[in-house]
Design a protein around this ligand. Structure first.
Ligand code: URA
Length: 434
């Protein structure tokens, strides 16, 4: 089929053959299909959806656009935890060392923040000296030697996704379950781990806004993985409020260090324990989640996960002194409180708006070329269900550039609903085993 015929077929809701999906994806990656044709195709996919055969073909084509990560020199079971993206989600910084302490190998390729969601690489780069750009050989070597490495995806891995994701970002085609599933799973499969655990976020700060969408996304990704011989499980978790309290980069690292010391906000600790526990079961290390939960808790409380984090930071050139002295992390010049206009209970938080406000302060980026300010962000002081009095602080902005403070304050203030009725969703909605 010609490219225009493929676009027209999808526009008309017809099924596209594997070789035609492969053609449009690979030709676009090679620069032989212009952005305007790919944009039309993506919009047709967004509106018409993709059958499971089509999503699988798209995933395979994206993988075929580049190479696979070579982990042949890494012994043992290689695992990967991936979040579909949220606000204040710093679990990777905590769960990766926990899993390594439990004897699993964790080659973690992470991304940067875009839009309202944060990214692990931006957070780690707030640690002075931390290098996220290690080459694939050094990456694999570090995983073999100390059990874990966290780095940016190499340019050779799934180049089609990089190009397509950037185009989706500017053509309003990000929030499509099949396109998200193909994008995530192509990267997970090319990164060659044996077991993948997906943290599928649902709620006002996630791509999946309700449980039906989240379940569909999780099941599609699990089925793609199974089709391609991978063990994939999923935990559907709540993103109707930021995870923990810190939303930014350095301030999230500081909060993650608190959690690694056995403290930190309760929801953050609970989610990290659950993700570690579920991974230990699906990777065959433990029989049941109740056994693996106590192992996960002991990783945190014994200080072993913290020591592994220090090893990872040091191996990647970072200043591990940040663990003892959080002031070694970048600090914002000033603080600005956002206070409540009324008394009551926090009944709703428009979580994406908190992420967008942090991004506006400089913690995130609007375009992928933008630089981030590691020091700035938001500390959420009131969470869902908390009692609040008029004039009490809801959140504190950490600020370097005063020019966006008033807009960011308004966004945070608008994000909060203060009322009487409080219906709080569970943190863990469901666990979907492979
Ligand atoms: N994360 C990805 O890697 N891809 C998407 O499409 C959405 C979130």
């Amino acid at each position: 089929m010609r490219i225009t015929d493929i676009i027209a077929a999808k526009r008309d809701g017809l099924d596209i053959a594997d070789q035609d999906i492969s053609k449009i994806v690979l030709d676009y990656a090679a620069g032989d299909v212009p952005d305007y044709q790919m944009s039309a195709f993506l919009m047709a996919c967004y509106i018409r959806g993709l059958s499971f055969a089509e999503v699988s073909a798209m995933t395979r084509a994206m993988i075929d656009s580049g190479g696979m990560l070579d982990l042949s020199g890494v012994s043992g079971v290689k695992v990967d935890k991936h979040s579909t993206g949220g606000v204040g989600d710093k679990t990777t910084l905590i769960v990766v060392p926990m899993l390594a302490v439990c004897g699993l190998k964790v080659p973690k390729m992470s991304g940067r923040g875009l839009g309202f969601t944060g990214g692990t690489l931006d957070k780690l780069e707030s640690i002075p000296g931390f290098n996220t750009a290690i080459d694939p050989q050094a990456f694999a070597g570090q995983v073999e030697d100390i059990g874990a490495a966290i780095a940016g995806q190499s340019r050779e891995i799934v180049p089609a996704d990089k190009k397509i994701y950037a185009l989706r970002d500017v053509t309003a085609t990000v929030e499509s379950i099949p396109l998200i599933a193909a994008s995530i799973m192509s990267k997970k499969i090319a990164c060659a781990s044996d077991v993948v655990l997906l943290d599928v976020k649902v709620g006002s700060g996630a791509f999946a806004r309700d449980i039906v969408q989240a379940r569909e996304l999780a099941n599609t990704m699990i089925a793609i993985g199974a089709n391609l011989g991978k063990t994939v499980g999923a935990v559907v978790t709540d993103m109707n409020q930021p995870l923990g309290c810190a939303v930014g980069n350095a301030i999230e690292v500081a909060e993650a260090i608190d959690a690694l010391k056995g403290g930190g906000p309760d929801d953050l600790r609970r989610l990290c324990v659950e993700l570690c526990a579920v991974m230990l079961v699906i990777a065959g290390r433990c029989e049941s989640v109740s056994d693996s939960r106590s192992l996960a808790v002991s990783c945190l409380d014994s200080g072993e996960a913290l020591r592994k984090f220090v090893e990872i930071v040091a191996a990647q050139g970072g200043d591990a002194g940040v663990v003892e002295d959080a002031l070694l992390l970048p600090q914002a010049r000033s603080r600005c409180d956002v206070t409540s206009l009324e008394s009551g209970f926090v009944s709703e938080i428009a979580c994406a708006r908190i992420g967008a406000a942090a991004s506006l302060l400089g913690a995130g980026r609007r375009y992928k070329e933008d630089a981030v300010d590691s020091a700035v962000g938001i500390i959420v002081k009131k969470k869902l269900g908390d009692r609040v009095e008029k004039g009490e602080v809801l959140a504190q902005l950490h600020v370097n550039d005063e020019s966006n403070v008033s807009e960011a304050s308004n966004m945070v203030s608008d994000a909060y609903r203060i009322g009487r009725e409080v219906a709080i969703s569970p943190l863990i909605h469901e666990i979907i085993r492979p």
